[in-house]
Design a protein around this ligand. Structure first.
Ligand SMILES: *Cc1c(COP(=O)(O)O)cnc(C)c1O
Length: 410
């Protein structure tokens, strides 16, 4: 039972870490493992988005079941929105609305798994939902590495050696969770070129598409749709800071209509016709959400994330017990390596996270859960005071657990 096993172990680890926190301890618990900053008033969504939802609700017209793959007006609005980023036009038929990015993964994986013996290439570190879904659907997973020293780029050369004739797709997450990297045009072009050579789809998880903090722009993978077909996963959850609204989508970028023969759109439609849909009134609000949200809203959120990512990077550099190979440029996260040889009796990343939770009431995500042992993921989507406090506590935890017999602490 690999499926239940994979799921249980991640849950078991999370539970173990949360259970380590002392209830009613002297200091507040600092959760630095989340991807949902909506609890902080500074990260409140755009007023235009709230207005759009309230207005849709008040019409009284959207209390009904929605159409199977989404309201036509909402699908058109997403098509319009995404077409702005690519050199061709998407149509409403290319868009499938889902209950968040999570349901987008939930539909894509079983659709690919229908081919007997198929396998999929997933990034390491990655987003564990893909592995869990693949396990439930008996889709074989093969991992390729993201290289820390190269800004967490895909190990392109390895793709050809791990793929075979049964490989159907590869997943790329950009901007990246958990690494915080944003891929360049050139790198994405290389990814597209290898995918073309292998005859596979690229599944581009772009739920952080608007959360780019540096100078490097976000390039939608659909830009390379002429090279190889792309299924893009999008969502309001992260960019609009409304994960509870449960609205996402799958966009099919296939200007050469290569996928028509595979009937992938039909399969997605069939799957969504028998699964639950995003709430009708949220779908109905989508055209106004996309159209009315002002650039200032995103500028504000990006400003906050940029400031906190700088604090995070600076504080990590001051802490010799952890190493950050690449400054985050997007998303809400950064991966850091634990220098366990400097620490007394901390056995691995899970041990580190459990002891840190117990002694300092700080929650981090252990790298093991994401496919990278002895690394941890830190979220910087927090207000600066909490973030500074959390990083301070991590430092004092490390100092207290400093390896005793090291000369000069080296
Ligand atoms: C959060 C997240 C998702 C899921 O998106 P929701 O809209 O919250 O369901 C998918 N992929 C990645 C990489 C994520 O971080």
């Amino acid at each position: 039972m690999a499926a239940t096993g994979a799921n249980m172990s991640i849950r078991a680890i999370r539970y173990k870490i949360s259970a380590s926190v002392q209830e009613n301890g002297p200091r507040p618990v600092l959760p630095l493992a989340h991807g949902d900053p909506s609890v902080f008033p500074a990260f409140r969504t755009a007023v235009e988005a709230e207005d759009a939802v309230a207005a849709a609700l008040r019409t009284g017209q959207f209390n009904c079941y929605p159409a199977g793959v989404g309201l036509p007006a909402a699908r058109s609005a997403v098509a319009e929105h995404l077409s702005q980023g690519v050199p061709y036009k998407l149509s409403a038929d290319d868009i499938f609305l889902t209950a968040g990015g999570t349901q987008a993964i939930e539909v894509i994986i079983p659709v690919l798994a229908q081919t007997a013996g198929a396998n999929i290439l997933l990034p390491r570190p990655g987003y564990p939902n893909y592995e869990a879904r693949a396990a439930f659907n008996k889709l074989e997973v093969r991992h390729f590495d993201l290289i820390p020293e190269k800004g967490w780029e895909v190990d392109i050369d390895s793709l050809e050696s791990i793929a075979d004739k049964n490989t159907t797709a590869m997943v790329i997450i950009n901007p990246n969770n958990p690494c915080g990297s944003v891929y360049s045009y050139d790198h994405l072009a290389k990814v597209a070129e290898v995918a073309r050579k292998l005859g596979i789809l690229v599944i581009a998880d772009e739920v952080y598409g608007k959360l780019v903090l540096g100078c490097a722009p976000f390039i939608p993978m659909g830009v390379f749709g002429h090279t190889t077909p792309v299924l893009s996963i999008g969502s309001l959850s992260k960019s609009w800071i409304v994960p509870g609204w449960r609205l996402g989508w799958v966009a099919v970028y296939d200007p050469r209509k290569i996928l028509e023969e595979t009937k992938i759109s039909t399969s997605i439609t069939n799957y969504l016709n028998v699964s639950t849909d995003p709430a009708t009134f949220i779908q109905a609000a989508l055209p106004q959400i996309l159209e009315n949200t002002k650039e200032d809203f995103f500028k504000g959120i990006i400003g906050l994330l940029k400031e906190s990512s700088e604090i995070c990077y600076r504080e990590i550099k001051e802490n010799k017990y952890i190493t950050c190979p690449h400054k985050p440029e997007g998303s809400m996260f950064v991966m850091v390596k634990l220098n366990l040889h400097l620490l007394e009796e901390i056995h691995d990343d899970i041990d580190f996270c459990c002891k840190l939770a117990k002694e300092e009431s700080v929650i981090l995500c252990p790298g093991s859960v994401l496919g990278m042992e002895n690394w941890v993921r830190i979220t910087f989507a927090c207000v600066p005071t909490s973030l500074r406090d959390g990083l301070e506590r991590i430092k004092s935890f490390c100092q207290r657990n400093n390896k005793k017999n090291l000369i000069n602490g080296c």
